[in-house]
Design a protein around this ligand. Sequence first.
Ligand code: ADP
Ligand code: MG
Length: 450
Amino acid sequence: MTENERIFWNRVLELAESRLTRGAFEYYLTDINLHSIEDQIAIIVIPDSDRRLFLEKNLSDIILTAGFEVFDLKITDHYVLKNELPETKKDEALPSANLAKPAVADVESNLKSQYTFDNFIRGKGNEWALSASIAVAQDPGGTYNPLFIYGGPGLGKTHLLNAIGNTILENNPNTRLKYITAEDFLNEFTRHMRQNEGKGFQEKFRTLDLLLIDDIQFLARRNLSGTQEEFFHTFDALHKANKQIVLTSDRTPDELKDLQDRIITRFSWGLTIDITPPDFETRVAILIDKVKEYPYEFPIETIKYLATQFHSNVRELEGALKDINLVANVKQLDLISIDTVSEAIRARKNDRAKTSSISIEAIQEEVGKFYSVTVREIKATKRNQDIVLARQVAMFLARELTDSSLPKIGKAFGGRDHSTVLHAYNKIKNMIEKDDGLRLEIENLQNKIL
Ligand code: ADP
Ligand code: MG
């Protein structure tokens, strides 16, 4: 099936599902398939002749509608039994000269359909990237072009990129779009060059309506056989034609040191936006959404506990849920307790501890430097305004970024009570909501510490 035929058939099924009763849809439309579209006739394969009458009566209109939507042509339907299918090779059996095919070959979009805006949880850290992505999806080429999203691993960049593509494709199934990692872009380009098919590559990429490139930092690492050159020209061709480009990266454009300057300059033509680790509340919201897929009861205390265990990577939170699933399965549990979680994630946490462990001391030092107060002052009891702010910010970050309990944090701050830590945490949290300056300050600090 070509990409357009697939889109057409999906639309047929969608319409059928909405127009037929559930029973009829399930009975008559399982096991039937589009074979091909030839001379404006959709050839549909059915497993037995009993269904023919019903389908002729009920599917014709739907085929017509979908035909006009996808091809802008009158498509009629024809049913064949599986064993009646001609043996010819599909390519020969498909002249399809009358079809309003795009002038250029179809492209595989490569989109991951599971990543949508619906299942992306908005929160501190991702709200701007999400809003910009939605804006681009609603008006591709019209708002921010290119859109450049950067941030650490596991924070949802690939998810957003695919959500943009899925939304645009849903709104306009004829969109020629491609999702590709910079690494695959490079590989595909070198493969084409080796086979002397540079033209084919250009035709494919420079005629897109939407190009979604993931992890562009990969291109910065090397300039194999002129890949940056090719990327530059692809970018320009698309941008000139008002075609949307979205890129992700693990760092800012300025930090893509080995990328040609003229490419970096182009990234700043549109909007550059960062995505930072989710705060505690967002992590809880993400978990609440994700545990819906699991057949166990997750009490809110358990979810909150899990949210304190991983703070800088949503992929790790998902991985933790898989660990828990495994344990729950083996033990045949219905309810996930804090103990179960703690046991299930032990190995994962040990792994992580080896690579990154943030200490409260490191936080106190960074915060102290930032506010020009000493660590000693942070730990002491003086209530000078600057010192109090630094102290409370440090406590806030200690809770956000480390796995330490409230009493342990209190102890590290000159033996304070856990309720003092909680008070500081809540106070800073409230202040951030209202004070963008402070929010940026703390995000900055957080990036320095992580
Ligand atoms: P990145 O590309 O930034 O490394 P991904 O997009 O691959 O990260 O995200 C890692 C995993 O976390 C994915 O499964 C993604 O669906 C999930 N994820 C990240 N952020 C969110 C969010 N805000 N809501 C729901 N899922 C998220
Ligand atoms: Mg990614």
